[in-house]
Design a protein around this ligand. Sequence first.
Ligand code: MRU
Length: 369
Amino acid sequence: MTEQMQANSGASPYVSVRWQGDSLGQLELLDQTLLPEQVRMIPIQSVEQAHEAIVALRVRGAPAIGIAAAYAVVTGMQPLFHRRASIEESVSQARSLCDYLATSRPTAVNLFWALDRMRRIIARNSNVASAVELTNQLLREARQIHDEDRRMCHAIGEFGASLFEPGSGILTHCNTGGLATAEFGTALAAILTAHYQGKQIQVYADETRPLLQGARLTMWELQQHGVPSTLICDSMAAQVMREGRVQYVIVGADRITARGDTANKIGTYGLAVLARYHQIPFFVAAPSSTFDLTIIDGADIPIEQRKSEEITAAFGKRTAPLDIQVYNPAFDVTPAELITAIITEVGVIHPVSEDRVRSIAGRGLSSVE
Ligand code: MRU
């Protein structure tokens, strides 16, 4: 990589989540529902607003949800400062904030993982002198979760890029870039790293119905980084594979079980089936914070069901009759046997087996307390 490329690859032109100031400071989110038309950071003034932002996908993508929720706990503690709440009340409030934020979205395990880390900080600091002191510790932990994710993304990028032959076509689904993480992404980090290494890759991005994360967000990110890329409708993936335009498929993950079954954006499972038929390697890229080693079978992953209007009247345009039945699961589960390799920040899991998942994910950055 040349120095210029290195410089480019390190600096992200946008951030999805940021905290300004000390524990009296403010959470800001890049409102992803406005992209690609507007790039706007919104201030988050309350925990309820943070909860709404996660539910409405203003902030989305498994790692970014976890980071935003961690900071939102700090936001939720701020009203206690003004009325000099007791430490007992502060601890109880901090726990309630974690419980409340955990109700926002059910599938991405990073949310629960980040909130568990915040709960551990609450438990360790239940004897400190004031709400401010407890909140300072909570902010420190949120910043650490944020920083770790940044480092994990860059490491995933390096491991992932090493798997791509120069000149390849790469198909991806949903959005797994800097918008979905602290910086750079997971599957998209592998793509961006390969691009900055000068590998001359060509990306095909699924538009990702119904909410178009691929069209609105991934194409926007690829454009910011100047990566040669082509948008396709989800239904075109089979044809693109048959025409020999792609040599790899790479996607992110919302939750990976101990044997490697992977929940990711709806449509991922279909892509894995297509990739197997066309003998194309199918890669999943995710940090260790996305693994849920308490679950073995992917059928046990809770799948978020979203509103029917996202299919019948998304983006303000009615595209189906009123009063019809709609099924709108936000995620599906790809069985481990369809996954060629899982790329993490500590190495590549290949072949995908329970032994290898447990040994590599267990060594991840996120498992260090
Ligand atoms: O519903 P979303 O947009 O939050 O779904 C996001 C995905 O499915 C991503 O692929 C996943 O979270 C990985 S992000 C690095």
